[in-house]
Design a protein around this ligand. Sequence first.
Ligand code: ATP
Ligand code: RIB
Length: 306
Amino acid sequence: MKRQACVVVGSANMDLVVTTNRFPQAGETILGQAFAAIPGGKGANQAVCCAKLGGRVHFVGKLGKDRFGDQLRKSMKSDGVLLGHTMTEADASTGMALITVDRSGQNEIIVISGSNMRLTPRDIDAHSGVFVRGGVLLLQLEIPLRTVSRAVALARQKRLRVILNPAPAQKLPDTLLRCVDYLTPNETEAEILTGVKVTSRRSAEHAARQLLNRGVKNVVITLGAKGSLLVNRKGICLYPARRVRAVDTTAAGDAFNGALAYALTTGSDAEEAIPFANDVASLSVTRFGAQVSMPTLAEVRHFRRQ
Ligand code: ATP
Ligand code: RIB
């Protein structure tokens, strides 16, 4: 099958990352180990993941007219993301994320959205030419919900498949869910969407079935080191993740979604795409950082042979 394009409508942030042995308590001061500024943002991370695997990826998003914006543009371009539909907002700062990573690889993140929240439905209409029949639209929730809804409506009209990674989670209307082909929450996001506490395979299935009943075609709940669970009208399947030594789980979900989009644009079905996305994400957690942790296709093939 001919490789289709992937359109990512989403955020880009500069990640300001501190590594530390443990997270501080509220009100406590501790000494950290190191600091780095690394390209991130859920939309940009997913776009870079898909591009590094070999996908043809357009990034529709908004950067500020500042140093971080320039740096993000440069690094996305060098990773092969197509930036013809990436906009600059003159009077807003580029998005930033303050991230702390502890020695077990867990993270805490606070996002300052900046220019990402200036991406409007009107911007989507102005760039509607990038939505081409047969491709994949990939979105997250670090931009305004009304912009997400507009992009999804356009994708439906133009017959693109839609992957919505509902992160950071918020309640979503059924009118939106009905247009989603793949919804990919993690466990806590699934709970925010449904009210069902996801602590086991059974509760994950229960939450996923609620989302199917609200109109989603395929629900994929990512379960961290346990892998991911696909639930659709055909049934339910758990795809376990490979065992790896996790260095930094930041952007594991982004690696999963970028890889899922890549696999769908190359003609894979869900049964093939999800274990592939698991492997890409597992490999990414063995590396530090967001976009810099995304593997190439050759690295994934090598990892799968091991
Ligand atoms: P993040 O918010 O850290 O980007 P997430 O919470 O959205 O991630 P997870 O469910 O934690 O997403 O992880 C996404 C996928 O990454 C999992 O389905 C799995 O394939 C892989 N993964 C995550 N953590 C591990 C791990 N410790 N070992 C192996 N694979 C992992
Ligand atoms: O998913 C990880 C990303 O979340 C980070 O890169 C950070 O920018 C936040 O958007």
